[in-house]
Design a protein around this ligand. Structure first.
Ligand SMILES: C[S@@+](CC[C@H](N)C(=O)[O-])C[C@H]1O[C@@H](n2cnc3c(N)ncnc32)[C@H](O)[C@@H]1O
Length: 356
């Protein structure tokens, strides 16, 4: 099958593996009218490289993307982050942004109670702890500052396009929707949603039965709530804001249809613990879509880069990915299959799914 791709003003064709005789789900971009030499053509995973312009990818449904999965109709997916058993709601379950303050649950196993506040439900393991506090690595802590959450959609996020080749929310949302085709109508967790840039788009699209905007930062969730409040006629039903740690997700195993994680993989204290959790909560056939940075190209060959990365990682808590195959390996190691990705300079969008 042929897929239309635009790299700046340059039309290109994406060939799926069956046409080029490769038994893999990777895709290849081949420029139609390429400047010479066609620097963006490389025989690896699906990608578009554009040195100065944004790469637009218009993916038509193919056999991979069309494989429909039986999606969840039950919204009762919230689980105790300690025991992983479904939480019992005190009162009627409320799946609306406005229902958080009246919400409380209990775990039938450990008997711990969880509560909502004005803006979100707190489903962290430490919720309710009075004396105990723990600090996370810098890459998690930094987003807890109110100034950072205020600035995030007021310039910070936009810098990702300039510095890293992120195509911007609208294009990223379009690309994401293509990967999510098999699970439309089901529930979606926008993991590490920040101030809810994509959670709000998911909710407004009406394409999902339930949207869960999840982040560890209280201030990011508050900012998300503020944005929602400011928007007249925002569809608040079927959207809830949840505070949780990505390495301890408050969902029952095999209960989630889709997990999206925009610009977050590199911020997680342990990407493998996080992706393993995502794999645990995804139902068979459930889809994981994420974006991050990739520091490959000439840099990757530097012999000192790997030890340097480890040192930077230890100080900042962030993880620098050096190659697509590293991300593919991470997904595979965590039980996710069918890895595929799209590139634009340092930006990479990956997708994989839980084996059926
Ligand atoms: C760069 S922002 C991405 C926000 C948004 N998804 C986007 O696409 O712009 C990274 C987010 O990851 C969140 N984060 C970092 N560590 C986390 C953790 N351990 N658990 C959950 N979220 C975390 C931060 O709070 C922050 O909101």
């Amino acid at each position: 099958m042929m897929v239309t791709v635009r790299i700046g003003n340059i039309p290109a064709v994406l060939l799926i593996p069956s046409q080029i005789g490769i038994n893999s789900r990777r895709r290849f971009f081949k420029p139609l009218f390429a400047p010479s030499p066609p620097t963006f053509e490389r025989m690896s995973a699906a990608k578009v490289r554009a040195s100065s312009s944004t790469a637009f990818v218009e993916t038509k449904p193919d056999s991979i993307l069309d494989e429909k999965v039986e999606v969840s109709t039950s919204k009762n997916i919230l689980a105790c982050p300690i025991c992983y058993v479904p939480l019992i709601w005190n009162g009627n379950p409320g799946f609306s942004v406005d229902s958080a303050p009246q919400t409380s649950f209990q775990c039938s196993t450990c008997k711990k109670s969880y509560f909502g506040n004005e803006t979100h439900l707190d489903l962290t393991v430490t919720s309710g702890a009075k004396e105990y506090g723990e600090s996370m690595p810098v890459s998690t802590q930094i987003f807890r500052f109110s100034l950072v959450s205020f600035l995030y959609e007021r310039g910070w996020r936009q810098s990702f396009s300039v510095l890293g080749g992120f195509p911007g929310p609208e294009k990223e949302f379009e690309l994401t929707k293509n990967y999510l085709k098999p699970v439309l109508g089901g529930n979606i967790v926008d993991a590490s949603c920040g101030s809810g840039l994509f959670s709000r788009l998911f909710a407004k699209s009406g394409l999902f039965s339930l949207v869960i905007a999840l982040d560890y930062s209280e201030n990011m969730l508050r900012q998300c709530y503020e944005f929602i409040k400011q928007e007249e006629s925002f569809p608040k039903e079927n959207l809830i804001l949840v505070r949780a740690d990505i390495s301890r997700l408050p969902f029952a195993s095999s209960s989630v249809d889709a997990v999206h994680a925009g610009a977050a993989l590199h911020c997680w204290p342990s990407p493998s613990a996080a992706v393993a959790e995502i794999s645990r909560v995804l139902r068979p056939g459930g889809v994981f879509v994420a974006t991050t940075y990739l520091l490959d190209g000439p840099f990757a060959a530097l012999p000192l880069l790997r030890p340097l990365r480890e040192n930077i990682g230890q100080i900042s808590g962030s993880h620098i990915f050096l190659a697509e195959r590293e991300l593919e390996d991470l997904c595979r190691a965590c039980g996710l299959v069918g890895f595929t990705c799209v590139r634009n300079r340092r930006f990479v969008m990956i997708s994989a799914r839980k084996a059926s």
